[in-house]
Design a protein around this ligand. Sequence first.
Ligand code: ADP
Ligand code: ASP
Ligand code: MG
Length: 422
Amino acid sequence: MALIVHKYGGTSMGSTERIRLVAKRVAKWARAGHQMVVVPSAMSGETNRLLGLAKELAPAKITDAYQRELDMLASTGEQVSVALLAIALQGEGMESVSYAGWQVPILTNSAHTKARIESIDDQKVRVDLVAGKVVIVTGFQGVDEAGNITTLGRGGSDTSAVAVAAAMKAAECLIYTDVDGIYTTDPRVVPEARRLQTVGFEEMLEMASMGSKVLQIRSVEFAGKYKVPLRVLSSFTPWDIDIAIEAKSGTLITFEEDENMEQAIVSGIAFNRDEAKVSVLGVPDTPGIAYQILGAVADANIEVDVIIQNVSKDGKTDFSFTVHRNDFAKTVDLLKEKVLPKLGATEIIGDAKICKVSIVGIGMRSHVGVACKMFRCLSEEGINIQMISTSEIKTSVVIDEKYMELAVRALHKAFELDQPVA
Ligand code: ADP
Ligand code: ASP
Ligand code: MG
């Protein structure tokens, strides 16, 4: 008998009929003798609906007090889901109990709308499991030390599930979603994308951080840190399929290099539309400039991604970087108010219509010319590259948003990701 964590995403929980199917699947696992902890997301569309209501009433300036209320609001989506799933399980004749994050408790820091989990007290959950109950815990939410409800950022239920699995030393964490595993790229953008049997942890981390929303990046970080066996699989298979077949389906995230791993140089392509570019023009090219610009941004708790500084001309240079689109207006305002007057820079321009496309693969460590092949492919499509950033196992480019799908499709083909690895 093993302790297993299941996570079900929004589409999987999208209607009472789907919730009933989730309950049947969970009941099958419990009846096979497993101790089951289930972490569901809000029903699909619900988090967007709730945040949309807040937007209609939002104050002119985004404040900490407003962010706190966003968490109060958005966390209710998951509270509805856990209760409905518990009821559906009871309908299947299973004893079950649901908990909101604060009831467990799942303790987080106080960074509203992007809180980090600090600890999980699993005592209550263990007592219920021993009593033979299926325990259902809200995804996406926790509570800070002062008792405020927090949320973990969009897609955060993945992280809740992996963190619960890590805290409880679960045998496996199964992430059930609306695709049947991790693909070479988003199969909704490239129909030829191939499902991977396994994907290395480092590659998955890079894919997630470059925008593949199939797993929230922090869930992959948790899995790596605590070595949680993690699998992504479909909740759309018939609920009564053989449990042994189901347990081996989808994509397994692996921690050992080489073992059964597909040896492609580029394993996947990720893309991200959530960024915006900010350029500070006519900056004096003197020591301390990057610090003055980015220091002010960091002090405002805004994360910066790709950075580029141009060659200077006549002692002046241009400095560009990307931030999350949600932070775009705040960044521009901040630079205009605080940095521009001090620097004597001439202008700040912003562009929210950009996207970042990345190729990811562990094989890039040992092969040269991979980035070059990417640039050639984009040039053949007539796509202008605005910024470039590289790491050991990825190359990213910032391009005009309108070319995103074209770029992803062309790169998928150029790197032969539609072909099975020999
Ligand atoms: P859930 O609601 O179950 O959390 P998400 O929408 O967050 O589901 O994540 C699943 C989606 O991720 C898929 O429907 C797919 O469109 C998208 N996706 C993006 N990149 C990939 C990829 N490389 N492999 C599989 N799915 C991907
Ligand atoms: N419901 C939250 C969201 O839509 C969390 C999640 O689905 O993982 O982002
Ligand atoms: Mg998700």
